[in-house]
Design a protein around this ligand. Structure first.
Ligand SMILES: Nc1ncnc2c1ncn2[C@@H]1O[C@H](COP(=O)(O)OP(=O)(O)O)[C@@H](O)[C@H]1O
Ligand SMILES: [Mg+2]
Length: 486
């Protein structure tokens, strides 16, 4: 859509009550980074009608609860059997619209029709958005098609395509690791020659580290290529997330191909510490940025382990990382919203892993809220409702935290996770919860991507103490698990 088309569309839109209020108050006062400004922004958001494209898994319930608390009228488009419809009965969301997302060719038109029906039944919309990685391209197209605040589908597609991200950053003069697209076995030796070793192979538009593997030589790389190609052809989209397919049974073909490119790429292995840069943009400018250190993953599959915030990296490294993250988002052409940018501080300086153009999953929302007082859910809703975004960032960390997810170190069945109970009483432990049920099958890295067993978060006055405490608990738990997994 050209800029002129967009302007015409936006000018032709009738004003929603929220937008009318925003105009009446005036952008200047609503943009004030003061307590009063914030109260006005919340006044505008209250009553706004927000359409969510897919709900994600039920663990994303907190998003809809926060929206409700802020007075947002949420409408959710999701699969006919989605858990989210319960939230209508509970009064958390206003409307659930069942959509069959499996027919990818017609899904845009069907969603557009559904959204127009919503508009005629409950009133003008303020925004269309999503918190699910796989649905970001669809949500941005729907928002653009209806003249609502959004990033361009082009920017979103380029972030969802890791090869395109690398090419765009290189053109923008930003540091770019060597990379090579591989679509067939014949490309593997070319990729090996161009990239060198160690290397990483990954789907160009994957998620959740699925199919991301380290290879130390050409033989490893060929093996990894065959494995990832096989796995991706079986991968599925379930509740808006990319998940591993089932190898057993006849119906093994996955449906992920309709949603994402299944091509793979090989790139240089980046050494050093990994971080998340959580950013918020408004009008093309960053208005918030925070760094969380990520702990070494379980290689060769890069399964996540733990993190801490604030970062303990040297200030100069943090500044380089933040600058790179911001420039990466800008070079891709993004203008607004929340971004979860993954980077590494390598022996040659800051390098990008990927730009996720949505809030990070797992502990990311809690982390930013605890440490910096910034609620990424609230700011995301503001951004996509067209309200200026000025998060109230704490000058110093409000709390200092570390969190950890235990990866199974043994293959077998886990008897139970009752031992987690005792950590609820430990001072500073915010949560200690199981991720699998008693009796569940689990496996260690020797048998594939390790199973996540349980997760914990600890706060302490100093982040180094939080790290030490989590490490102590981790060692204790792993010791208990030696006998509990048989
Ligand atoms: N080039 C690389 N060098 C080192 N580690 C990498 C590289 N690419 C990815 N990783 C590791 O794999 C993880 C997942 O890769 P990523 O590109 O973020 O894919 P996904 O979209 O599945 O999250 C990263 O968080 C990082 O730990
Ligand atoms: Mg990632």
């Amino acid at each position: 859509m050209t800029m002129e088309d967009k302007m015409r569309l936006v000018q032709a839109l009738p004003l929603s009550p929220s937008r009318a209020l925003l105009q009446e108050m005036g952008m200047d006062v609503v943009s004030n980074p003061t307590r009063e400004g914030r109260s006005l922004r919340r006044q505008v958001l209250k009553g706004a009608v927000m359409v969510f494209v897919t709900a994600g898994y039920s663990g994303k319930r907190f998003i809809f609860e926060k929206a409700k608390e802020l007075g947002v009228r949420s409408v959710v488009l999701d699969g006919p059997d989605s858990w989210v419809q319960l939230l209508v009965k509970e009064g958390v969301i206003e409307k659930f619209v069942p959509i069959d997302f499996s027919d990818v060719d017609t899904v845009y038109d069907r969603c557009l029709k559904a959204v127009r029906d919503v508009r005629s039944s409950i009133g003008e919309l303020d925004g269309i958005t999503t918190f699910c990685e796989m649905a970001v391209p669809l949500a941005s197209r729907l928002a653009e098609g209806l003249g609502l605040p959004c990033n361009t589908p082009q920017a979103v597609d380029n972030a969802r395509d890791k090869h395109a991200t690398r090419e765009i950053m290189a053109k923008a003069g930003l540091p770019t690791p060597r990379h090579w697209k591989v679509t067939s076995e014949a490309d593997v030796p070319k990729a090996a020659a161009h990239v060198g070793f160690p290397a990483v192979i990954k789907p160009i538009s994957g998620a959740a580290s699925l199919g991301v593997i380290r290879a130390n030589n050409e033989e490893d790389l060929m093996k990894a290529f065959k494995k990832v190609q096989h796995d991706m052809s079986r991968a599925k989209i379930v509740a808006g997330a990319l998940v591993e397919g089932d190898d057993e049974g006849e119906d093994v073909a996955g449906n992920a191909g309709g949603w994402i490119h299944l091509e793979l790429m090989v790139e240089e292995y980046l050494d050093g510490a990994e971080v998340d840069c959580d950013l918020i943009f408004d009008n093309g400018r960053p208005v918030y940025g925070a760094i969380t250190d990520n702990w070494p993953t379980v290689e060769p599959y890069f399964n996540e382990t733990g993190s801490n915030c604030p970062s303990v990296l040297p200030k100069a490294a943090q500044i380089d990382l933040m600058e790179l993250a911001v420039r990466a988002v800008q070079s891709l052409g993004f203008k607004l919203g929340v971004f979860h940018v993954e980077c590494k501080y390598t022996s040659r300086g800051a390098r990008l892993i990927e730009v996720n153009c949505r809030m990070g999953g797992g502990p990311v929302r809690d982390t930013n809220l605890l440490v910096w007082g910034v609620d990424l859910v609230e700011e995301h809703l503001m951004a996509f409702a067209g309200i200026p975004v000025r998060p109230p960032v704490a000058r110093r960390p409000l709390k200092q935290m570390a969190e950890y997810t235990i990866n199974a170190q043994k293959t077998g069945h886990i008897k139970n996770l009752d031992f987690l109970e005792k950590y609820h009483k430990v001072e500073g432990v915010l949560y200690a919860r199981p991720l699998v049920a008693a009796g569940a099958k689990c496996h260690c890295v020797a048998d594939g991507m390790p199973t996540w067993l349980c997760e914990l978060m600890v706060v302490r006055p100093d982040v180094r103490d939080a790290i030490a405490e989590i490490k102590r608990i981790e060692a204790e738990i792993n010791h208990e698990l030696e006998t509990l997994i048989q």
